[in-house]
Ligand binder design. Structure first.
Ligand code: LLP
Length: 417
């Protein structure tokens, strides 16, 4: 459930604010987030895990705006990061670095040093060379690095191939059968402290089974490690829980967390770490866009809008479906079937295809479920300034990132004499 609802007069509200007011104040295209929705989704994980020791580490990559991070930091959230830049954002937003887990296959020495200096909670190690690199950097700094090995359990997440990560053919993690040997290598380093096992099998999962299959395999590994004298304090189950974009019916976060907890009844001290991104942010955001032109052609009717693939790339990149609706359903309009496209010079620039919409030029449209992997994947392609981000908190609409100007487009560039 989210806090974007139509009122009886046909207007869409973000919490207590009509989205057309936001468009009037901040222009379009514009991302709009709901604080109450973000908090609700984060708490769904936290409360479902209940009294089992746990930490919800929001995956920063899903939406890294400082306002979003600070809202979650205030709830006591941890953070899953994949770069020095994400760590810098967490620090800037007031996040607790001891609750940070650092994932990613290509951590540089500089990033590892930054993370050790900042006191991150744990490195999720994705390869043997990375293990040695972390040990070297920690040794040089005279620090001890907490580590967890990200294992690849070879489970098919049943999701889009670009966002599936837990198969042997994927670049992520260390093959689960090889993990005990790597843990033994880690044991040999004084400057490494083994604290966990980590696993993330993919994103936008809509079934529980792949999660539970992976869990069984990882729990078997934890037992195997115990026999080798390696004590595991936490199990990081990654992120990946899907959201309803169309007619999917993914498990609710509480159903998911309960299912995991049940498998851990006989392991009351094994701390659970979650790394949800999409399940927290996707349906806490929308993208507002205005219809510039309606362009009927012999083959198709196009609704040309002022948002494009550079603002929201998911439809173009993954053929992802995101619902598109008018911001006001009470207007007297004739319905038609449209491809909703942007102004970018690419045939792949679309937000939705074959959508039935009752619209006219100048109308405001809403792309739903745009809070995750929306703005953070936006670019300046076609020299389009990136849109503003507005966070609604009850009656207040706060601009949490202003629209870029033309001068922002060439920031850092030079004109040759
Ligand atoms: N943890 C790790 C190690 C990850 O790689 C990811 C996402 C997450 C957590 C968070 O996953 P989530 O809960 O959001 O599914 N741009 C794509 C999604 C890429 C996900 C990459 N990794 C999209 O727009 O669908």
């Amino acid at each position: 459930m989210d806090h974007f609802n139509y009122q009886p007069d046909g207007r869409l509200f973000a919490e207590n604010v009509p989205v057309e007011d936001i468009a009037n104040n901040f222009g379009t295209p514009c991302y709009v987030y709901s604080r109450a929705t973000l908090e609700r989704h984060w708490k769904a994980f936290d409360e479902a895990a209940g009294d089992h020791p746990h930490l919800v580490c929001y995956a920063v990559k899903a939406n890294s705006n400082l306002a979003i991070l600070s809202v979650l930091a205030k709830l006591g959230s941890g953070f899953d990061i994949v770069s020095g830049g994400e760590l810098a954002r967490v620090i800037e937003a007031g996040g607790d670095t001891s609750k940070v887990v650092f994932s990613g296959v290509g951590k540089t020495s500089e990033e590892i040093e930054f993370a050790l200096d900042a006191g991150v909670g744990c490195f999720n190690v994705e390869s043997e060379p990375e293990l040695h690199r972390i040990a070297n950097v920690a040794g040089r700094l005279g620090k001890v690095a907490n580590i967890s090995i990200r294992v690849n359990p070879d489970v098919d997440a049943g999701t889009h191939p670009y966002i599936s990560t837990g198969l042997k053919e994927n670049k992520f993690g260390i093959a689960i059968e090889h993990a005990p040997a790597v843990y033994q290598q880690a044991m040999a380093y004084d400057q490494l402290k083994i604290v966990g096992v980590d696993c993330h099998i993919g994103s936008q999962l809509t079934e529980l089974d792949p999660f539970l299959d992976a869990l069984e395999r990882v729990l078997a590994l934890i037992d195997q490690l115990a026999e080798l004298g390696i004590e595991i304090e936490h199990l990081d189950v990654g992120g990946g829980l899907g959201v309803p974009y169309k007619d999917e019916t993914p498990p609710h976060p509480s159903e998911y967390a309960h299912a995991l907890r049940q498998r851990l009844i006989d392991r009351p001290n094994l701390k659970l770490i979650f790394e949800p991104g999409r399940a927290i942010a996707a349906n806490a955001g929308i993208l507002l866009t205005k219809v510039e032109f309606l362009k009927p052609t012999e083959e198709k009717h196009f609704a040309i809008v002022d948002a494009a693939m550079n603002d929201l790339i998911r439809p173009s990149l993954y053929s992802a479906y995101q619902s598109i609706q008018p911001a006001n359903t009470s207007l007297d309009r004739k319905s038609d079937i449209y491809d909703v496209v942007g102004p970018v010079c690419e045939t792949g620039d679309f937000l939705g295809k074959d959508r039935e919409l009752a619209i006219a030029e100048g109308d405001l449209l809403v792309v739903r479920s745009a809070g995750a992997y929306g703005f953070c994947m936006a670019s300046n392609y076609n020299s389009r300034p990136r849109p503003p981000e507005v966070l609604v908190d009850s009656d207040n609409a706060i601009e949490v990132r202003r629209r870029e100007t033309f001068a922002d487009l060439w920031k850092g560039e030079v004109v040759l004499p």
